[in-house]
Design a protein around this ligand. Sequence first.
Ligand code: GLN
Length: 479
Amino acid sequence: MKRHFVSVVSGLTILIAMFITFGLGATPAKATTTYQVATDSTFPPFEFANSHNKYVGIDIDLLHAIAKDQGFKVNIKPTSFNSAVQSVQSGQADGVIAGMSITKEREATFDFSKPYFMSGVVMAAKPNGKITKLSQLRGKRVAVKTGTSGAQYAQSIHKKYGFRIVTFDESNDMYQDVLTGNSAACFEDSPVMKYAVRQGTKLKIYTKPTLNGPYGFAVKKGHNKKLLRMFNNGLADLKSNGEYARITRHYLGAKGSSDTTSDRTFLGLLKQNKGALLNGFEQTVWLTVVAIFFATLFGVIVGLLGVVPNKFFNGLSTTLIYIFRGLPLLVLALFIYTGIPSLTGSKIPAFVAGTITLMFNEGAYIAAFVKGGINAVDDGQMEAARSLGLPFGKSMRRIILPQGIRIMIPSFINQFIITLKDTSILSIIGIIELTQTGKIIIARNLEGFKVWTIIAIIYLIVITLLTWLSNWVERRIRL
Ligand code: GLN
């Protein structure tokens, strides 16, 4: 018994130490400043993962070249455009480079660099010629991307042309919606749409680009002045030494950066993306393990508070369960990742924010069944133990808990599997776990069906392993 206890405690200590190291490891080193720069996960040719799953593109290459020129370091954080913009607002990132148009509205909350690329919004639709101008959109659905100037443009004209707007987080999902015929057209930035068409997306551009402002690098208004200055100085240097022209030519020139030659079979895709899938898989497993650990800890404590003979603790337990079980996981994740830092002003690494989210959410469910499991043990057991003179704590430990735990085991296994699946929701805050990895790969090769099949199979494999492990543990506990 004692040995057991010692090994459990040392296991916990190691995990906590790893967690803390991980959390601290994510904060930038002080020597040369490393800036966290958020970007759109899929906005080729400005930012996208290449076939080696390295982030490249005009924005990314420019930023790296500017950082080198000016002697600072950058850590690129790809998420959806909308999250990228918000993570700068909340102070989670120092700057954003994401083909972001310099607009009047945004200038109220952001400081922009000098413009570095001209762009405008175009309408694209299927090439069958059914929808060729805005006036044919009446009564139809139009796909736009959340938080973009394209979306804003759609909003400004949808009454006039009588169409409905549907929003997506990723450019690729927006294209897919038009390709499948759910939406009649989409609004996208002209250079990006042109690039997608050239890469084989079966859409056609039908309108001239509207003037929606050039692209700029942005920081939160009044913050990171030095970074902005360095960006502008670096940009000027790259323009005069020919590097700017070289980078843009590389992506926009005849050759561009293309992934059309690669093997598109299941095995081909698996082989090509082995590294990325493996990284995503590791993140998912790691996140699950850490989350399960903390959620169990939180859940058991809160659950026990619900059964001790103390009204205050009982109320506390009920309230915590009520709050964290009641909040959708997505809302909780966004609240912790973008809401709290904008209040406190200090960054929370995505992994830590993700773990905290899962700890509260999954922990609340655990607390509920821990409470339920203990309550399910016949009242007579406690009465008998107490009448034999055992104090409450001892009766709980020796008599009630062993029986209660047996009742809880299936719920625990269930909750662990749910936790694993719920990690996928955390792709929203930019953790590159399995689901986010899938999105990034698809953004590059547009093989939605095959890549999601691969991802689904990997999840099923992990879930099977987790179930086996849980059943094995269950058998040992039951002995
Ligand atoms: N240029 C558009 C904007 O600033 C779209 C940017 C993007 O989708 N990454 O809103």
